[in-house]
Design a binder for this molecule. Structure first.
Ligand code: SF4
Ligand code: SF4
Length: 262
């Protein structure tokens, strides 16, 4: 999700079949110009991939490369790539070689120059698209032809969407009820579970969590070993704490009356 400058957005809602011509490659004169002076919101799956790519703890990643903000509509925390700290540029851009983390780049970078919007409807999420035509971007002068769907697949954005859908739905659902009440403690919990996965793992295994919640041995093993399993478990846990779902797969252990959330 780029903070879209509406002057450069073609004000036409694109469907998955909408066509455009575009190619980005190291030979374009504007190479890497789009990797700065923009706002990139990092999703939980973006962070999982980036911290894995860099081989660092999620806490270190968040501290070094991001800043935390509050999403105005939902009151939930957002993680933003902290470009101002790196002279207005993405910390992973290199002048000659381009993106240092290319195969693990965030969803927003995968979509560009397509911008993505999302609405919540009675049927679920309605994802739609815009073309972002920034004057410096020479990729539109190239001849490769795409539609939104072939672009998403080519860039691996379809898989990222799958991994991020529940997070988006949570943000939107909370936004749709006006400014909801949310305590600082709940915000911190959401931040840890969604973005600081290594801390969440420590929270599960080093606090009273497993005496409070019933988590079978097989699940414990999987979330100990695998970040993606941990993130999936985190979605369930957050939905339960925030009363977003009736999913009973995570339940209190016998004799525990009140779940501790921190
Ligand atoms: S501005 Fe456009 S063409 Fe230039 S590097 Fe960025 S995406 Fe590629
Ligand atoms: S992550 Fe890579 S593609 Fe995205 S802004 Fe940074 S350098 Fe550019």
């Amino acid at each position: 999700m780029v903070d879209l400058n509406m002057k450069v957005v073609r004000p036409v809602k694109m469907t998955p079949e909408s066509r455009f011509r575009f190619k980005c490659h190291p030979g374009v004169p504007c190479f890497t110009e789009c990797c700065g002076r923009t706002t990139i919101i990092l999703t939980p799956y973006d962070i999982l991939r980036l911290k894995g790519r860099l081989g660092i703890d999620s806490g270190d990643f968040l501290e070094r490369y991001t800043r935390r903000e509050e999403h105005e509509q939902s009151g939930l925390p957002l993680v933003i790539m902290d470009m101002p700290r790196y002279g207005g540029k993405c910390p992973f851009v290199r002048p000659v070689t381009g993106c240092l983390v290319y195969s693990d780049r965030p969803a927003t970078c995968r979509y560009y120059p397509v911008g993505q919007g999302v609405l919540i409807t009675e049927e679920g999420l309605d994802e739609f698209y815009f073309l972002v035509r920034e004057p410096h971007c020479k990729g539109f002068e190239e001849q490769d032809e795409w539609n939104v769907e072939t672009w998403r697949k080519d860039q691996g954005a379809d898989y990222y969407d799958e991994m991020n859908r529940e997070w988006k739905a949570m943000m939107l659902r909370r936004s749709s009820f006006g400014k909801p009440d949310i305590t600082e403690r709940e915000q911190d919990l959401f931040y840890m579970v969604m973005y600081d996965l290594d801390q969440f793992r420590r929270f599960i295994f080093k606090s009273r969590f497993l005496t409070i919640f019933q988590v079978d041995d097989d699940t414990q093993q999987r979330i100990w070993e695998d970040d993606l399993e941990l993130l999936r478990f985190g979605y369930k846990y957050i939905k339960m704490v925030f009363k977003i779902s009736d999913d009973k797969s995570l339940s209190l252990a016998p004799q525990e009356a009140v779940p501790a959330v921190t």
